[in-house]
Design a protein around this ligand. Structure first.
Ligand SMILES: *[C@@H]1O[C@H](CO)[C@@H](O)[C@H](O)[C@H]1NC(C)=O
Ligand SMILES: *[C@@H]1O[C@H](CO)[C@@H](O)[C@H](O)[C@H]1NC(C)=O
Length: 226
């Protein structure tokens, strides 16, 4: 009798989920506050201002994002990236880099990601579209079956579609990028955290990733930005 009741409950939950999911999937783009075309334009405008170093370029992009839309300004990380504690390592898919969160919510994130010493690995297969804007240096990538690499340079945008995978690399001379992801962000987190958990065993980094991501997501959720 108990088993029967649990079975009915589980079936009801699965059915409810199956009914709601396509609707949520269809409307999730209404929760987006970033427009990939505008973000790309901001990256290109800042690059063409010919800043003398990467710090000045990243600072310019952050200011332009703040100025672009009050909704964006409200939902961005108020702490500047000149605070070292806002940066943390990310090890994922064999690649390693440093990142700073500009924005994180359930359906979007915008980060600075890169490395001054190069890296290489698996992109991960994600539940979000990924728009990777190269700011400094270059990124190379390919899909199986391509014998030549795709090469992305400052001002270029590398769109990794939801569900697609590639091998990518950033050369030893370094690369910095502005990365926008739009889709379902929470399912991407296990890929972003697995290497810290099972490979590097760098638990302070794991903790900092969880705290900073959680802080930004919670802040946005509480103000109605899903
Ligand atoms: C940036 O440099 C390019 C190439 O050297 C030049 O054409 C352009 O006018 C410069 N832009 C600014 C805003 O100084
Ligand atoms: C980068 O350039 C800015 C503006 O030109 C300057 O104020 C700053 O000191 C430079 N930073 C580094 C690390 O070179």
């Amino acid at each position: 009798m108990k088993t029967m009741r649990s079975l009915v409950t589980i079936s009801a939950i699965v059915l409810l989920f199956a009914l709601i999911w396509p609707q949520v999937e269809r409307i999730k783009s209404q929760w987006y506050i970033f427009d990939p075309v505008k973000v790309h334009q901001i990256a290109k405008d800042a690059i063409s201002a010919n800043h003398s170093n990467s710090t000045a370029l990243l600072d310019d992009i952050r200011s332009r994002l703040y100025a672009s839309d009050p909704k964006i300004a409200r939902s961005m990380n108020p702490n500047h990236f000149n605070q070292k504690s806002e940066w943390f390592f990310n090890n994922a898919g064999g690649a390693m880099g440093a990142m700073y969160i500009l924005h994180a919510s359930i359906t979007e994130y915008l980060i600075f990601f890169g490395t001054p010493v190069g890296t290489e690995g698996h992109t991960g297969r994600h539940t979000a579209d990924d728009y990777f804007h190269i700011l400094v240096g270059e990124q190379r990538a390919y899909s199986p079956g391509s014998l030549e690499p795709e090469i992305y340079r400052p001002g270029d945008m590398h769109h990794l579609r939801r569900g697609e995978v590639k091998q990518y690399m950033m050369p030893e001379s370094g690369c910095w990028a502005l990365e926008l992801a739009q889709g379902w962000i929470p399912p991407m987190l296990p890929f972003g955290l697995a290497d810290a958990m099972f490979s590097t065993l760098d638990f302070p980094t794991f903790w900092r990733t969880a705290v900073l991501t959680g802080r930004e997501m919670a802040k946005n959720l509480l103000t109605g930005k899903i």
